[in-house]
Design a protein around this ligand. Structure first.
Ligand SMILES: NC(=O)c1ccc[n+]([C@@H]2O[C@H](COP(=O)([O-])OP(=O)(O)OC[C@H]3O[C@@H](n4cnc5c(N)ncnc54)[C@H](OP(=O)(O)O)[C@@H]3O)[C@@H](O)[C@H]2O)c1
Length: 164
Protein backbone atom coordinates (compact mmCIF):
# COMPACT_ATOMS: atom_id res chain seq x y z
CA UNK A 1 0.00 0.00 0.00
CA UNK A 2 1.23 3.46 -0.92
CA UNK A 3 0.66 6.62 1.11
CA UNK A 4 0.30 9.90 -0.74
CA UNK A 5 0.26 13.19 1.19
CA UNK A 6 1.32 16.81 1.27
CA UNK A 7 3.39 17.63 4.37
CA UNK A 8 5.33 20.55 5.74
CA UNK A 9 8.84 20.40 7.18
CA UNK A 10 7.45 19.31 10.55
CA UNK A 11 5.39 16.49 8.94
CA UNK A 12 2.11 18.35 9.49
CA UNK A 13 -0.77 17.46 7.16
CA UNK A 14 -3.72 19.37 8.59
CA UNK A 15 -4.77 22.44 10.48
CA UNK A 16 -8.24 22.96 11.98
CA UNK A 17 -9.78 20.17 9.93
CA UNK A 18 -8.34 21.24 6.58
CA UNK A 19 -5.29 20.21 4.56
CA UNK A 20 -2.42 22.56 5.47
CA UNK A 21 -2.25 24.02 1.97
CA UNK A 22 -2.87 23.27 -1.68
CA UNK A 23 -0.34 23.53 -4.47
CA UNK A 24 -1.61 23.19 -8.05
CA UNK A 25 1.35 21.03 -9.10
CA UNK A 26 0.75 18.72 -6.16
CA UNK A 27 -2.91 18.40 -7.14
CA UNK A 28 -1.78 17.44 -10.67
CA UNK A 29 0.64 14.90 -9.22
CA UNK A 30 -2.12 13.49 -6.97
CA UNK A 31 -4.51 13.20 -9.90
CA UNK A 32 -1.94 11.55 -12.19
CA UNK A 33 -0.87 9.05 -9.54
CA UNK A 34 -4.34 8.02 -8.38
CA UNK A 35 -6.53 8.18 -11.50
CA UNK A 36 -7.73 4.70 -12.40
CA UNK A 37 -6.46 3.33 -9.07
CA UNK A 38 -7.90 2.66 -5.61
CA UNK A 39 -7.92 5.40 -2.96
CA UNK A 40 -8.57 4.63 0.71
CA UNK A 41 -9.42 7.46 3.10
CA UNK A 42 -10.77 8.13 6.58
CA UNK A 43 -14.23 9.59 7.03
CA UNK A 44 -12.95 13.09 7.88
CA UNK A 45 -10.83 13.23 4.75
CA UNK A 46 -13.82 12.02 2.72
CA UNK A 47 -15.89 14.86 4.16
CA UNK A 48 -13.32 17.26 2.70
CA UNK A 49 -12.73 15.61 -0.67
CA UNK A 50 -15.98 13.86 -1.51
CA UNK A 51 -15.91 10.99 -4.00
CA UNK A 52 -12.92 11.36 -6.28
CA UNK A 53 -13.88 10.75 -9.92
CA UNK A 54 -12.31 8.00 -12.04
CA UNK A 55 -11.04 6.17 -8.98
CA UNK A 56 -12.31 3.39 -6.73
CA UNK A 57 -12.99 5.21 -3.44
CA UNK A 58 -13.02 3.31 -0.14
CA UNK A 59 -13.93 5.15 3.07
CA UNK A 60 -13.34 3.83 6.59
CA UNK A 61 -16.13 4.87 8.97
CA UNK A 62 -18.38 3.55 11.71
CA UNK A 63 -21.29 5.32 10.01
CA UNK A 64 -21.45 4.17 6.39
CA UNK A 65 -23.45 6.18 3.88
CA UNK A 66 -25.24 4.70 0.87
CA UNK A 67 -22.78 3.15 -1.54
CA UNK A 68 -22.69 4.10 -5.19
CA UNK A 69 -20.56 3.20 -8.17
CA UNK A 70 -16.87 3.45 -7.24
CA UNK A 71 -17.69 4.45 -3.65
CA UNK A 72 -17.51 1.89 -0.84
CA UNK A 73 -17.76 2.28 2.93
CA UNK A 74 -16.13 -0.16 5.33
CA UNK A 75 -16.30 -0.23 9.13
CA UNK A 76 -13.17 -2.20 9.97
CA UNK A 77 -9.74 -3.03 8.58
CA UNK A 78 -10.94 -6.63 8.15
CA UNK A 79 -13.75 -5.40 5.89
CA UNK A 80 -11.24 -3.22 4.04
CA UNK A 81 -8.89 -6.11 3.28
CA UNK A 82 -11.77 -8.34 2.30
CA UNK A 83 -13.01 -5.68 -0.15
CA UNK A 84 -9.50 -5.19 -1.54
CA UNK A 85 -9.41 -8.89 -2.38
CA UNK A 86 -12.61 -8.48 -4.39
CA UNK A 87 -11.65 -5.38 -6.38
CA UNK A 88 -9.30 -5.28 -9.37
CA UNK A 89 -5.95 -6.60 -8.16
CA UNK A 90 -4.14 -4.87 -11.03
CA UNK A 91 -4.89 -1.51 -9.48
CA UNK A 92 -2.53 0.27 -7.13
CA UNK A 93 -3.82 0.99 -3.63
CA UNK A 94 -3.22 4.48 -2.25
CA UNK A 95 -3.89 5.54 1.32
CA UNK A 96 -4.65 9.27 1.06
CA UNK A 97 -5.15 10.13 4.75
CA UNK A 98 -5.82 11.37 7.24
CA UNK A 99 -3.60 10.70 10.19
CA UNK A 100 -6.05 8.40 12.00
CA UNK A 101 -6.33 6.10 9.02
CA UNK A 102 -2.60 6.19 8.33
CA UNK A 103 -1.91 5.18 11.94
CA UNK A 104 -4.25 2.19 11.52
CA UNK A 105 -2.58 1.12 8.28
CA UNK A 106 1.00 2.03 9.21
CA UNK A 107 2.25 -1.55 9.13
CA UNK A 108 0.76 -2.10 5.66
CA UNK A 109 2.52 0.83 4.01
CA UNK A 110 5.39 -0.08 1.74
CA UNK A 111 6.03 3.23 0.02
CA UNK A 112 5.23 6.91 0.38
CA UNK A 113 4.97 9.90 -1.91
CA UNK A 114 5.30 12.98 0.26
CA UNK A 115 5.01 16.39 -1.31
CA UNK A 116 7.29 18.23 1.09
CA UNK A 117 6.58 21.93 1.34
CA UNK A 118 9.65 23.71 2.63
CA UNK A 119 7.88 25.75 5.27
CA UNK A 120 6.31 25.33 8.68
CA UNK A 121 2.57 25.90 8.94
CA UNK A 122 1.91 27.64 12.25
CA UNK A 123 -0.94 26.09 14.22
CA UNK A 124 -0.96 22.80 12.30
CA UNK A 125 -2.49 20.07 14.47
CA UNK A 126 -2.25 16.72 12.63
CA UNK A 127 1.14 15.15 11.95
CA UNK A 128 2.49 11.95 10.45
CA UNK A 129 5.60 10.21 11.82
CA UNK A 130 9.00 11.42 10.63
CA UNK A 131 10.09 8.74 8.15
CA UNK A 132 13.75 9.75 8.58
CA UNK A 133 13.53 8.92 12.29
CA UNK A 134 11.53 5.73 11.81
CA UNK A 135 14.66 3.94 10.63
CA UNK A 136 13.05 1.47 8.23
CA UNK A 137 12.40 3.89 5.37
CA UNK A 138 14.76 4.85 2.52
CA UNK A 139 14.43 8.15 0.67
CA UNK A 140 14.87 6.90 -2.90
CA UNK A 141 14.07 9.96 -4.99
CA UNK A 142 13.42 13.68 -4.69
CA UNK A 143 11.74 15.58 -7.50
CA UNK A 144 11.62 19.37 -7.18
CA UNK A 145 8.45 21.18 -8.14
CA UNK A 146 8.33 24.74 -9.34
CA UNK A 147 8.97 27.08 -6.47
CA UNK A 148 5.53 28.72 -6.29
CA UNK A 149 3.88 29.42 -3.93
CA UNK A 150 6.47 27.60 -1.79
CA UNK A 151 9.61 25.68 -2.53
CA UNK A 152 8.47 22.04 -2.54
CA UNK A 153 9.72 18.60 -3.45
CA UNK A 154 8.09 15.24 -4.12
CA UNK A 155 9.86 12.71 -1.93
CA UNK A 156 9.56 9.03 -2.80
CA UNK A 157 10.20 6.81 0.22
CA UNK A 158 10.38 3.03 0.22
CA UNK A 159 10.16 0.84 3.29
CA UNK A 160 13.17 -1.42 3.71
CA UNK A 161 12.58 -5.09 3.13
CA UNK A 162 13.34 -7.33 6.11
CA UNK A 163 16.38 -8.65 4.24
CA UNK A 164 17.92 -5.16 3.74
N1 LIG B 1 -1.97 16.98 3.76
C1 LIG B 1 -2.57 15.98 3.16
O1 LIG B 1 -2.11 15.48 2.14
C2 LIG B 1 -3.87 15.46 3.71
C3 LIG B 1 -4.42 14.32 3.16
C4 LIG B 1 -5.61 13.82 3.69
C5 LIG B 1 -6.21 14.46 4.75
N2 LIG B 1 -5.66 15.58 5.25
C6 LIG B 1 -6.31 16.27 6.38
O2 LIG B 1 -6.30 15.41 7.51
C7 LIG B 1 -7.43 15.73 8.33
C8 LIG B 1 -8.20 14.46 8.64
O3 LIG B 1 -7.36 13.55 9.31
P1 LIG B 1 -7.87 12.80 10.61
O4 LIG B 1 -6.76 11.96 11.08
O5 LIG B 1 -8.43 13.81 11.55
O6 LIG B 1 -9.10 11.95 10.05
P2 LIG B 1 -9.26 10.76 8.96
O7 LIG B 1 -8.20 9.72 9.16
O8 LIG B 1 -9.44 11.33 7.61
O9 LIG B 1 -10.68 10.19 9.40
C9 LIG B 1 -10.83 9.65 10.69
C10 LIG B 1 -12.09 8.83 10.71
O10 LIG B 1 -11.96 7.74 9.78
C11 LIG B 1 -12.51 6.55 10.35
N3 LIG B 1 -11.41 5.62 10.59
C12 LIG B 1 -10.08 5.85 10.51
N4 LIG B 1 -9.39 4.73 10.78
C13 LIG B 1 -10.31 3.77 11.01
C14 LIG B 1 -10.23 2.39 11.34
N5 LIG B 1 -9.05 1.76 11.45
N6 LIG B 1 -11.36 1.71 11.53
C15 LIG B 1 -12.57 2.32 11.39
N7 LIG B 1 -12.71 3.62 11.08
C16 LIG B 1 -11.59 4.34 10.90
C17 LIG B 1 -13.24 7.02 11.61
O11 LIG B 1 -14.49 7.46 11.15
P3 LIG B 1 -15.84 7.55 12.05
O12 LIG B 1 -15.60 8.62 13.07
O13 LIG B 1 -16.89 7.91 11.05
O14 LIG B 1 -16.03 6.20 12.66
C18 LIG B 1 -12.37 8.19 12.05
O15 LIG B 1 -13.02 9.09 12.93
C19 LIG B 1 -8.28 16.69 7.53
O16 LIG B 1 -8.04 18.00 8.03
C20 LIG B 1 -7.76 16.56 6.12
O17 LIG B 1 -7.90 17.75 5.37
C21 LIG B 1 -4.50 16.10 4.77
Amino acid sequence: MIVLLLVDQANAIAKEGKQILFIPEDLDHFRKMTTGQIVIMGRKTFENTGKLPNRTNIVLTSNPLDEEEDLYFVKTLEELFSLLEDVDSEKKVFCIGGVTLIQSLWGCLDSAYLTRVHTIIEGADRFIPDLQKEGDWILEKETPLTQKPYKSTIEYWRRKKVTE
